[in-house]
Write a protein that binds this ligand. Structure first.
Ligand SMILES: Nc1ncnc2c1ncn2[C@@H]1O[C@H](COP(=O)(O)OP(=O)(O)OP(=O)(O)O)[C@@H](O)[C@H]1O
Length: 225
């Protein structure tokens, strides 16, 4: 589904990632961990084409990302749902409209999609908050709205960057549960997190692999994590 082959990345002054080779197979569940600043967000951006590698190759759904036209990249991105670390809502739009934004932008018939939208709002437990504005939401509500928006186009792959940052343990378990459910529906999931408690909790629910960034490289962590 996503393959990184000997990928290197630099923002300009020295390599941040070097010789990274990983594969996210269809239906897999991965965590990406490592210290702050190690390059987790950067690696995620490489997975969805927001950044192109400085060296090596990123293949998404069989296509070399560098060889894609703008339109092809846009089509490919619809197959990838991203939960950004900072959620990024349009604060003047109600939550349901923010969640529906990928549908609106891609020109879908909203009257045909309204059933899906309300199902999704229910699934993340935000049906009663549909008309609220993003600044009125709690941290956990924001993260659940961001997850709903990431999956509204039914992507094959879900990338979640610190989806449980700034929420308590109970809410992080709830968010984890939603991500596990998505994986059980067949979606490939990659979660960037430095929350080892969350990773351990996930391992009792799903066959999760843990990738760790250290010294510019990415390695599969052992079972001892
Ligand atoms: N656009 C950018 N231009 C220059 N440097 C950047 C840019 N984005 C990130 N960096 C730097 O690259 C390094 C890795 O950043 P990144 O956000 O990928 O790390 P991270 O592991 O996700 O960190 P955190 O856990 O704190 O979110 C950091 O030193 C950061 O300052």
């Amino acid at each position: 589904m996503i393959e990184l082959e000997n990928v290197g990345y630099s923002y300009g002054d020295g390599a941040l990632l070097s010789d990274v080779s990983i594969t996210l197979s269809p239906g897999s569940f991965h965590f990406l961990t490592g210290p702050s600043g190690a390059g987790k967000t950067t690696l995620m951006k490489l997975c969805y084409g927001a950044l192109l590698p400085s060296s090596g190759m990123v293949r998404a759904f069989g296509a070399d990302m560098r060889a894609l036209s703008r339109d092809q990249m846009a089509l490919l991105r619809r197959r990838i749902g991203v939960v950004h670390q900072d959620c990024r809502f349009l604060d003047h739009l109600p939550v349901a409209d923010n969640v529906a934004l990928p549908l609106t932008v891609s020109g879908r018939d909203m009257s045909a999609e309204s059933g899906n939208l309300s199902e999704l709002m229910k699934w993340v437990g935000l049906a009663a908050r549909a008309d609220a504005l993003p600044p009125e939401l709690s941290g956990g509500e924001r993260q659940r709205a961001a997850l709903a928006r990431a999956v509204i186009m039914s992507p094959d792959l879900v990338l979640a960057d610190e989806p449980t940052g700034n929420v308590d343990w109970e809410m992080s378990q709830r968010l984890l549960q939603l991500l596990v459910e998505l994986n059980r529906m067949g979606k490939t999931v990659l979660i960037a997190s430095h929350d080892l408690g969350l990773i351990r909790a996930a391992k009792s629910q799903v066959q999760a692999r843990v990738l760790r960034i250290s010294n510019r490289q990415v390695q599969l962590a052992g079972a001892d994590l």
